[in-house]
Design a protein around this ligand. Structure first.
Ligand SMILES: Cc1cc2nc3c(=O)[nH]c(=O)nc-3n(C[C@H](O)[C@H](O)[C@H](O)COP(=O)(O)OP(=O)(O)OC[C@H]3O[C@@H](n4cnc5c(N)ncnc54)[C@H](O)[C@@H]3O)c2cc1C
Length: 178
């Protein structure tokens, strides 16, 4: 734990709200998709259990699933044996919301989700929704697209919660279930 000048320690264990599997419309997808709403501190296994209750499989299954959290899975882009079929954490995100270093909110929404591995598509598109510090007032939106599918993972890594550490309060993550 880096107890140095300007370091911060954020405990996410109370960010434990989650939904059961919800069928929702995703932008650019023609049919409803089973998703789970999860805050950053939800233990991975709880999401896997919710998926199973609804007859689905949560693709993210690191061996640490009983101990790891969704926020950490996204930050590390965790996978597991199911990743071979359904991809890793970032492949399975419909949207996520995080705190920026400026203490505002950024919601990233995947457009035209291919419901599979991101590198299987030529272009990956996202809508970036910038909110004020309250998280309620939308300030602006912009669209972003990957230059090529092969570079998408690097770009995602740059925008993941890890690269903006105050995002530990990231609270809204919808993980598509397979
Ligand atoms: C026994 C064991 C087995 C594992 N098996 C696998 C496996 O099979 N497949 C695989 O892919 N990985 C595996 N891993 C690694 C796995 O990716 C991580 O354990 C897990 O994803 C990390 O989640 P965590 O909640 O433990 O995060 P932490 O270890 O708490 O955090 C990991 C990093 O993410 C950051 N972080 C955490 N939460 C947030 C947040 N909300 N916002 C921003 N940053 C955040 C932390 O600062 C840290 O840098 C394993 C690890 C262990 C210990």
């Amino acid at each position: 734990m880096p107890l140095t000048w300007q370091s911060a320690v954020i405990n996410t264990e109370k960010l434990e709200a989650m939904s059961e599997v919800e069928w929702v419309d995703l932008p650019g997808v023609a049919h409803k998709v089973p998703t789970v709403y999860s805050e950053a501190g939800v233990v991975t296994q709880r999401v896997a259990d919710a998926a199973e209750r609804a007859g689905h499989v949560f693709a993210v299954d690191p061996t640490s699933a009983e101990a790891s959290c969704i926020g950490g899975n996204i930050a590390m882009n965790a996978g597991g044996k199911k990743a071979v079929l359904w991809g890793t954490a970032l492949d399975n995100l419909a949207s996520w919301k995080m705190v920026t270093p400026q203490a505002t909110w950024l919601e990233v929404v995947r457009l035209d989700h291919n419901l599979g591995k991101i590198h299987d598509v030529e272009v990956a598109r996202f809508e970036l929704r910038h909110f004020d510090a309250s998280g309620k007032k939308l300030q602006r939106t912009e669209r972003w697209r990957s230059r090529a599918a092969s570079s998408a993972r690097k770009a995602w890594a740059r925008t993941s919660p890890t690269s903006s550490s105050p995002a530990c309060r990231a609270s809204r993550r919808k993980a598509a279930t397979a």
